[in-house]
Design a protein around this ligand. Structure first.
Ligand code: G6Q
Length: 546
């Protein structure tokens, strides 16, 4: 059954059916669902694009899935996926196409935006990046004093930082270890000062990464980097050409900053910041990993793109993950999702996902501007296991909140030592098992626990999780994982009928900060026109600042 997309989500037949179905399912325990259905684990797991998703420990039945898939159909998810991949201007508020998928399309593909096939441009930039990276990695790109580059500092923030840092950390074991990588994002000068600690300007290359080349933090850090580099190189402005490259969509601003556009790596307005780690924003990633590994990363992204674009929804990893998130957010009133990688190299993955998910779907109006009457993006958070087990997992196991978890783990360790990896994997399996099945009062009593202690030691269970397994963390695998979440986010956005690709919410704070800065810096006591609280805070700061 289909209906018009303009129909309010909560009036759609599948939504109403899900609301009724929730009432029958909410009292059922995963223990009983598993006991009654020996085929459940086999049926509710899916291997595709080199990943295994076990979603059987979710509070769902076959009927839940049927209704969620019906909801996807009623929201025209198929049409909306096709609209994204074909380059329609689905970012309505910015009137832009959304084509991060073109960044990883094979050379022979054709994706037309405003009458032009963008794939050749994508590959031309990739080739230019590769030639540059080979020179730097091979020691042929020399600094101003003739020394090869040994240190690379990426200067960028938000989408121009989180992807590069996450990818560098995730794939460090594939990186060229005699190169040092640092990342500066915060306008807090501590960030810059610490990033250049111990570095020799003569051996340091700054990659200024900014789509707009106007972002206050990045431009301030870039100027500070320029001053630092020139101070270390005898003040000759010609040194900038050997020690600064830019990644941007804005050639005019790059030139105005003093970087030769020959040393600029371009991308396009149809790449959103938080979807840009596989564009030229990945220059630091390619410098670390080399062009072949970077291309493998892109191939991994592309494999997941194709899976998302073509697989039937019942066998579509991002669609299932996205629909399950809708199920918990809108019917169980779950407010967060924990992403828990059992892989130390993925320690920045949750932080990366926070931007991808919450900047995309943290919206309160539908695409046509109507306020929503339902919840949108949950809060994503997480830390690597096993560390989190000794900290916040207590709340997930025995607290009052329902927190769906995504566990991520790999069959093979990249740094195998003794029994460590089996111990790590024993923990991830144990956590998902404990969350789902818990420990009853009878079980606790049978262990000889005194009655007064029993309630404290009971684990209610029935706490849902997905387990995502893969053979090994490789560049291709990282691409698949990021694309999995990108498309899960899109799936959620389609169901909620919001635009996941704008971010007006970051604007107001920027405008106000620009208004306040001169008030902090003025020699005269400024006349303040803020609210009483903000006025007092500004006055206090002016009195106490160093
Ligand atoms: C991402 C956002 C935002 C952006 C930063 C940096 O989707 O748009 O995080 O990436 O504000 O912007 P610039 O790359 O333009 O400096």
């Amino acid at each position: 059954m289909t209906s018009t997309t303009s129909e309010t989500l909560t009036h759609k037949p599948a939504w109403k059916a899900l609301a009724a179905h929730y009432q029958t399912l909410r009292g059922q325990h995963l223990r009983d669902l598993f006991a009654a259905d020996p085929g459940r684990a086999g049926r509710m797991s899916l291997e595709a694009a080199g990943l295994l998703l076990d979603y059987s420990k979710n509070r769902i039945t076959d009927e839940t899935l049927r209704l969620l898939l019906q909801l996807a159909a009623e929201c025209d998810l198929r049409g909306r996926i096709d609209a994204m991949f074909s380059g329609e201007k689905i970012n309505l508020t910015e009137k832009r196409a959304v084509l991060h998928t073109a960044l990883r399309a094979p050379r022979a593909a054709s994706i037309v935006v405003d009458g032009e096939n963008v794939v050749p441009q994508v590959h031309a930039v990739l080739d230019k990046m590769a030639a540059f990276c080979d020179k730097v990695r091979g020691g042929q790109w020399l600094g101003h004093t003739g020394k090869p580059i040994r240190n690379i500092v990426n200067v960028g923030i938000g989408g121009s930082d989180l992807g590069p840092v996450m990818a560098y950390e995730a794939l460090k074991s594939y990186s060229q270890r005699d190169l040092t990588f640092r990342f500066v994002s915060n306008v807090d000068s501590v960030d810059f000062a610490e990033a250049v600690q111990g570095l020799d300007a003569a051996e340091t290359l700054f990659v200024i990464s900014s789509k707009t080349f106007t972002t206050q933090e990045t431009m301030t850090n870039a100027q500070t980097a320029r001053d630092w580099a020139l101070a270390g190189l005898g003040g000759d402005a010609a040194a900038v050409a050997r020690h600064f490259v830019a990644v941007s969509t804005n050639a005019a601003k790059v030139s105005a900053f003093g970087i030769d556009t020959a040393n600029m790596f371009e991308f396009w307005d149809w790449v959103g910041g938080r979807y840009s780690m596989d564009s030229a924003i990945g220059l630091s990633t390619m410098l670390a990993l080399g062009p072949d590994n970077f291309r493998a990363l892109l191939a991994g992204f592309h494999e997941m793109d194709e899976h998302f674009r073509t697989a039937p929804f019942a066998e579509n990893l991002p669609v299932l993950l996205g629909l399950l998130t809708v199920w918990y957010t809108n019917f169980f009133d779950a407010e967060t999702v924990a992403v828990l990688p059992y892989e130390q190299y993925l320690k920045r993955f949750p932080a990366y996902l926070q931007q991808l998910t919450m900047e995309s779907n943290g919206k309160r109006v539908t695409r046509d501007g109507t306020p929503v009457s339902y919840q949108t993006s949950p809060i994503y958070w997480g830390e690597p296991g096993t560390n989190g087990q000794h900290s916040f997992y207590q709340l997930i196991h025995q607290g009052t909140k329902l927190i769906p978890c995504d566990f991520l783990a790999f069959a093979e360790s990249l740094q195998p030592i003794g029994r460590h990896h089996d111990m790590l994997m024993a923990n991830v399996f144990a956590q998902a098992e404990a969350l789902a099945f818990g420990k009853t009062a009878e079980q606790v009593q049978a262990e000889g626990t005194p009655d007064w202690l029993v309630p404290h030691r009971v684990f209610e269970g029935n706490r849902p999780s997905n387990t995502i397994l893969a053979p090994k963390l490789t560049p291709a695998l990282l691409g698949k994982l990021v694309a999995l979440y990108e498309h899960s986010v899109y799936t959620q956005g389609v169901i909620w009928d919001i635009n996941p690709f704008d971010q007006w919410g970051v604007e107001l704070g920027k405008v106000l900060a620009n208004r306040i800065l001169p008030e902090l810096e003025s020699a005269e006591e400024p006349a303040l026109g803020h609210d009483a609280s903000t006025n007092r805070l500004i006055r206090w700061y002016r009195q106490h600042k160093g």
